[in-house]
Design a protein around this ligand. Structure first.
Ligand code: PEP
Length: 253
């Protein structure tokens, strides 16, 4: 049985003191091992990568990621961070194609493809985010849209490479302050479509978007969902720990 991935991106939040407090609390709570069958992960801002790595230690059961990375290894790309630099700072995961990056920073299907390839080239796990907006959903095009985003980003990968990719389905209408949680019913078809296309061939099919302590168990119960990618709820450590407990209980059946 594949692990349930339960993780968070902090987006543009947390000072170093706040990052230290969250991470120290997590290390204290977890000790040397994650709950059985659970793969925790945390994706801080770049500024906190080395701090969080130092607190987690080298053999942590918690994977550490960055929220973006450039596709080139080095060069004249002011303001960018490369995958080798992220790896050097202790990252194991690269989040790619979050809808906020697509909307505000010109991320395209082609740049997601280049970034997935760069992450794989350097031995990091690409966490590919896909998701449609409210209009596409209203027109009934959700599954076709996300399959196209995924196919574009994963184009050309062989089976071994694909098996290292994690996909997070994050409908834009469901994420962030303005989002509303997707219902279990709304998620069945997109996850069935993703499972048919990628299912066991990828490392995980995660849901993200207004996950909270009340809906997490139901979301984990959706067929083909193998984890949760969480924003606001997980920024408070106690609630992240509670999400891990919910996932552990789900795993235990
Ligand atoms: C997100 O923006 O990727 C996200 C999952 O955020 P939230 O959980 O806060 O909706």
């Amino acid at each position: 049985m594949t692990d349930l991935w339960i993780g968070t991106s902090w987006k543009m939040n947390k000072t170093l003191d706040e990052a230290r407090a969250w991470t120290t609390g997590l290390v204290d709570a977890l000790g040397d091992s994650a709950p059985a069958g659970i793969q925790p992960f945390v994706i801080p801002s770049f500024t906190a990568t080395t701090t969080v790595r130092a607190l987690l230690g080298q053999d942590s059961p918690v994977l550490l990621g960055v929220q973006n990375a450039h596709w080139e290894d080095a060069g004249a790309w002011t303001g960018e961070v490369s995958v080798p630099q992220a790896k050097d700072a202790g990252a194991q995961l690269v989040e790619i194609g979050h809808s906020e990056r697509r909307e505000h920073f010109g991320e395209t299907v082609e740049t997601t493809r280049l970034k997935v390839a760069a992450a794989l080239r350097h031995g990091l796990t690409p966490l590919l985010c896909i998701g449609e907006d409210a209009q596409v959903k209203a027109e009934g095009g959700s599954s076709a849209f996300i399959l196209e985003q995924a196919a574009g980003a994963l184009d050309g990968l062989d089976a071994a490479e694909l098996s290292r990719v994690v996909i997070a389905y994050e409908p834009i209408w469901a994420i962030g302050e303005k989002g509303r949680p997707a219902t279990v019913e709304e998620l069945r078809e997109p996850f069935a479509a993703l499972a048919e296309a990628y299912g066991d061939r990828v490392a995980g099919l995660l849901y993200g978007g207004s996950v909270n302590l009340d809906n997490a168990a139901d979301l984990l119960g959706i067929e083909h969902v193998t984890g949760l990618f969480v924003g606001r709820t997980a920024w408070k450590l106690e609630d992240y720990l509670e999400l891990l407990r919910i996932a552990e209980a789900h795993r235990a059946g």
